[in-house]
Design a protein around this ligand. Structure first.
Ligand code: NDP
Length: 337
C-alpha cells in the first residue's frame, strides 16, 4: 500500500482499439509481424489482467530499446543443440515472448513425453511479467516454474549496493475446472515498475523497499532508483534472488545481473529458465485430481484466496480498460497519431 498522492487521470480504451494502437507504434519503430504480435500479446494481457506495471506502461521502453538497438525487432529465435530433456533457444536478441512462440510448445511436448522438460532461452530480452509462460504450461496440464535475472538493482542481504537483479520467479499448477493457480513475484520488496509508477505519480513508497546511493534507508522512489532496492523478507528474499541468478545465468549459461551491460532503455539482456513438470506422469494417474481437492480446501479457508485469482477476476470482467491518459497520449505519439 503506497502513501496517498494525486490519482492520475484515466480514460476508457477498448481492448481491440488499444491493440491496434500498440501494433501501429511497434511497426512504426521497425518491429515485424511476429515480434509485433509477441510484444502486443504480452503488454495487452498484463493490462487486461490489471498488472499495470507490466502493461501498456512498458511500451515506451520497449520502443526506446528498439530505437537504441537493445531489442532486435525482427528477431527469428531458433532452437539450438541441447541435451535430451532440454529445449535450448537462441532468442536472436529479440524479446522473450518471441522465443516462447517456439520454446513453450517444445518444452511442453518434452514434459508430456519425459515427465520433465527444461526450457533455456539465451540471448533474449525479458522485460515482462512471468505468469504468461507458466500459465501456458498449466493450461496444458503441466506444473510450470520460470525465472529471469535482469540488472544489478537489488542489494543482497547485508550489502549496501545493487548486485542481484530484482529476479522474478513464477509458478503455476493446473486445475481441472478452474483457472490454474499462478504466482509471479519479484525477489525485491517492491517491483521496480511499481516504484517507477509511484515516482511518476508523486508518491512515497513504504519503508523497507530500498536504500539511497549511500546505503541509507529512504522512501523516495527517485533515491531508491538511484540507490538500491531491497529483497523481500531480508536474507530469505536475498537467497531466492541468488537462486534465480544461478538458474537464469548459471544453468542457462547467460550473463548474471551484475555483468549485464546497462542501457538507457532499462531493458536487460540475458537468459530465461523455465521448468515444466507432468504431475500425472511423475505422481501417477489421479495426481492432478488430488491437488485439485487440496486447492479447493485451501480456497475454502476463511480469508484465503488463491494466487492468480485477482488477475483471473480482472480478465473475466472484460470491457474497456481504464488507461492513464498521459500514457495513452505518449503511445499515440509513438504510433504517429
Ligand atoms: P505482487 O506482490 O503484486 O504479487 C505477487 C504474487 O502474489 C502474485 O502472483 C499475486 O497474485 C499473489 N498475491 C498477492 N496477494 C495475495 C493474497 N492476498 N493471497 C494470495 N496470493 C496473493 O508481485 P510483484 O510486485 O513482486 O511482481 C510484479 C510483477 O513484476 C511480476 O509479474 C513479475 O514477473 C514482474 N517482474 C518482472 C521483471 C523482469 O525482469 N521481467 C522484474 C521484476 C518483476 P494475483 O496476481 O492474483 O494478485
Amino acid at each position: 500500500s503506497l502513501s496517498a498522492g494525486p490519482e492520475p487521470l484515466r480514460e476508457p480504451a477498448e481492448p481491440a482499439a488499444l491493440r491496434a494502437l500498440v501494433e501501429k507504434a511497434l511497426a512504426r519503430h521497425g518491429a515485424d509481424a511476429p515480434n509485433v504480435a509477441a510484444i502486443a500479446d504480452t503488454v495487452l494481457a498484463a493490462e487486461r489482467d490489471g498488472s499495470e506495471s507490466h502493461g501498456l506502461f512498458r511500451l515506451p521502453a520497449y520502443i526506446r530499446a528498439i530505437d537504441l538497438g537493445v531489442i532486435n525487432p525482427t528477431a527469428r529465435p531458433r532452437r539450438i543443440d541441447g541435451p535430451e530433456g532440454a529445449v535450448v533457444i537462441d532468442g536472436d536478441g529479440g524479446v522473450a515472448p518471441a522465443a516462447y512462440a517456439i520454446g513453450l510448445p517444445a518444452v511442453a511436448e518434452t514434459a508430456e513425453r519425459l515427465g520433465t522438460g527444461v526450457l533455456a532461452v539465451k540471448n533474449t530480452r525479458h522485460f515482462a511479467a512471468l505468469w504468461h509462460e507458466v500459465e501456458y504450461l498449466a493450461e496444458r496440464g503441466l506444473a510450470g516454474f520460470a525465472c529471469t535475472a535482469n540488472f544489478p538493482y537489488l542489494a543482497p542481504a547485508g550489502g549496501k549496493r545493487p548486485f542481484f537483479g530484482t529476479n522474478p520467479l513464477a509458478f503455476a499448477y493446473p486445475r481441472a475446472d478452474a483457472p490454474p493457480v499462478v504466482f509471479d513475484l519479484a525477489a525485491s520488496a517492491m517491483a521496480r515498475g511499481d516504484i517507477m509508477i509511484a515516482g511518476r505519480d508523486g508518491r512515497q513508497v513504504p519503508p523497507g523497499v530500498g536504500i539511497d546511493a549511500n546505503g541509507e534507508p529512504t522512501t523516495d522512489p527517485a533515491e531508491i532508483l538511484a540507490g538500491a532496492q531491497l529483497p523481500f523478507g531480508g536474507h530469505k528474499g536475498s537467497a531466492i534472488a541468488l537462486m534465480v541468478e544461478l538458474l537464469a545465468g548459471g544453468v542457462v549459461g547467460e550473463v548474471f545481473s551484475d555483468e549485464a551491460p546497462l542501457n538507457e532503455a532499462g531493458v536487460p539482456p540475458g537468459g530465461v529458465f523455465v521448468l515444466a513438470l507432468s504431475p500425472e506422469k511423475i505422481g501417477g494417474p489421479g495426481t492432478l485430481a488430488r491437488a485439485d481437492a487440496f486447492l479447493a480446501r485451501l480456497a475454502a479457508e476463511p480469508g484465503v484466496r488463491l494466487p492468480g485469482a485477482r488477475r483471473h477476476k480482472n480478465r473475466a470482467r472484460g470491457g474497456p480498460l481504464m488507461v492513464q491518459s498521459a500514457l495513452l497520449a505518449t503511445v499515440r505519439l509513438l504510433a504517429g497519431e
